[in-house]
Design a protein around this ligand. Structure first.
Ligand code: NAD
Ligand SMILES: N/C(=C\C=C\C=O)C(=O)O
Length: 490
């Protein structure tokens, strides 16, 4: 396995197929978002590589699926241990590859990757199936659940190892074998994981990782006839394409997509806690989390106080070099993405919006070598109509909009007034109001008086354009298995 290309001393990744590292004919440049420099070469895999990976996964399936859940769990716990033992190396790599802060990588991304393996291997031991006796017919009916076969897994760039392992762990714990394709922009920790997969004793072919672009490697995977199931996390536009391409094969799909998540803040909220958490929910990971708050509706009687305190706190949310432990935000993923995010600020200004903080790189005190990095300060906008594209479309950057409301009905209607329905937060000390509003919001996840508290037992997924299907706990078990009804006449 080559680690660096001698010529340019770049990191060169290889596919992991059938338990072996395999080089590719061509490669894609991958950038360090904090400097804008190419530092890594990612295989530009296509149909040939995907076909080889699917063949390896098919070959490994009979033996892996025949093992007991306990036997599989033992190996996955070992893998979790290995990730934890190498946490710092993984965190450094994730931060460099993605642009996120080292603190986020150390405290969120990599611990969660380890936990995904621990949680799903354990939870698979506890699921039961249904039994329905029909004594009057002399029959006993029951269900069994079987792994589906080769699972195709496609993940995005914002939480690279966190979301890749959120798919690999339940898929293989349930007895499937997998072909996974991480984002071509953030492939390094997936490649590092392959080494640990070998060390943990995961048999060859159970996990295959093929690197490459969406239109080549991703498309070859979703349109492969021998891959009956696709778990995808990414944008709504890509999900629509995947749905079309997989339709001829009637594949089982789970689609976790974008969001335009509202926070609804009532006058009786604990403002100290609310402002601290809502700044975090708006800006964590540069706002590049599908669950980030991007529309904040505040009850009019506290609007001015909220705005003033929120803007002051947002200005303190430091954007800086990812390796600096005092940085709260690092760099955005790419130049194109930075330009896209900035275009929404320009649009807001052209529509008469007020930009309270966030304009201009001049506000950031960056070292010379980071001046070409994709940094953007935290941005707060007011005075924008709900019908504006700024309030309707997912920006996926450190940008949030604030607007006042007068009544509970109005807040719910405006919260629901977008095509997305992933998550929402509600802030109030009135328990009745919190329940009422949470139940009326069109979102797959509602947090009240908190944000991003994750219980992996619960269903995770979105309504409307935010997705199809649910994963997590029992839902992951159901998604990664097929149910069969059996009738015994006695
Ligand atoms: N709901 C969630 O859980 C969740 C989590 C994280 C990110 N997201 C969403 O993901 C988006 C950001 O991620 P992104 O830009 O990487 O998304 P994306 O849709 O561009 O890419 C996601 C993955 O799909 C692959 N892909 C692209 N085109 C493909 C094709 N034609 N066929 C098969 N695969 C293809 C990419 O290579 C990548 O691996 C945002 O919209 C964000 O909200 C959602
Ligand atoms: N799938 C999860 C988070 C997705 C975040 C998107 O950016 C999770 O926490 O399980």
């Amino acid at each position: 396995m080559s680690k660096t290309s001698g010529e340019h001393s770049l990191l060169v990744l290889e596919n992991y197929i059938g338990g072996k590292f395999v080089s590719c004919r061509s490669y894609i440049d991958s950038y360090d978002p904090s400097t804008g420099e190419v530092y890594c070469k990612v295989p530009d895999s296509g149909k040939e590589e995907v076909d080889a990976a699917v063949a390896a996964a098919e070959e490994a399936f009979p033996e892996w699926s025949a093992r007991s859940p306990e036997q599989r769990a033992k190996i996955l716990h070992k893998l979790a241990d290995l990730i934890e033992a190498n946490l710092e190396e993984f965190a450094q790599a994730e931060s460099k590859d993605q642009g996120k802060t080292i603190t986020a990588a150390r405290t969120v991304d990599i611990p969660r990757a380890a936990y995904n393996f621990r949680f799903f291997s354990t939870s698979m031991l506890h699921h039961t199936t249904d039994c329905s006796p029909m004594d009057h017919m002399g029959c006993l009916n029951y269900t069994v659940r079987c792994p589906v076969g080769v699972a195709g897994l496609i993940s995005p760039w914002n939480l690279p190892l966190y979301l890749l392992t959120w798919k690999i762990a339940p898929a293989i714990a349930a007895g499937n074998t997998v072909v996974a394709k991480p984002s071509e922009m953030t492939s390094v920790t997936a490649w590092m994981l392959c080494k640990l997969i070998q060390q943990a004793g995961v048999p060859p072919g159970v996990v295959n990782i093929v690197f490459g672009s969406g239109p080549r490697a991703g498309d070859a995977l979703v349109s492969h006839p021998e891959v009956p199931l696709i778990s995808f996390t990414g944008s709504t536009a890509t999900a629509q394409r995947i749905t079309e391409r997989s339709a001829p094969y009637c594949k089982k799909l789970s689609l976790e997509l974008g969001g335009k998540n509202p926070a609804i803040i009532f006058a009786d909220a604990d403002l100290d806690q609310c402002i601290e958490t809502t700044v975090r929910s708006s800006f964590l990971n540069q706002g590049e989390i599908c669950l980030c708050t991007s529309r904040i509706y505040v009850e009019r009687s506290i609007y001015s106080e909220f705005l003033e305190r929120f803007v002051a706190a947002a200005k303190k949310w430091k954007t800086g070099v990812p390796s600096d432990p005092s940085s709260k935000n690092g760099a955005l993923i790419s130049k194109e993405h930075l330009e896209k995010v900035r275009s929404y600020i320009a649009l807001a200004k052209s529509e008469g919006g007020i930009i309270h903080c966030g304009e201009g790189l001049d506000q950031l005190d960056l070292p010379e070598r980071n001046k070409s990095g994709y940094f953007m300060p935290t941005t707060v906008i007011t005075g924008i109509s709900d019908s504006s594209r700024v309030m309707q479309e997912e920006i996926f950057g450190p940008v949030t909009c604030i607007s006042p409301f007068d009544t509970e009905d109005e807040a719910v209607a405006r919260g629901n007034g977008v095509r997305y329905g992933l998550s929402a937060t509600v802030w109030s000390k009135d328990v009745g109001k919190v329940h009422r509003v949470a139940q009326r919001l069109q979102a797959g996840l509602v947090w009240t008086n908190c944000w991003l508290v994750r219980d992996l037992n619960l269903p995770f997924g979105g309504m409307k354009n935010s997705g199809v299907g649910r994963e997590g706990g029992k839902d992951s078990y159901h998604f990664f298995t097929e149910v069969k009804s059996i009738t015994i006449k006695h």
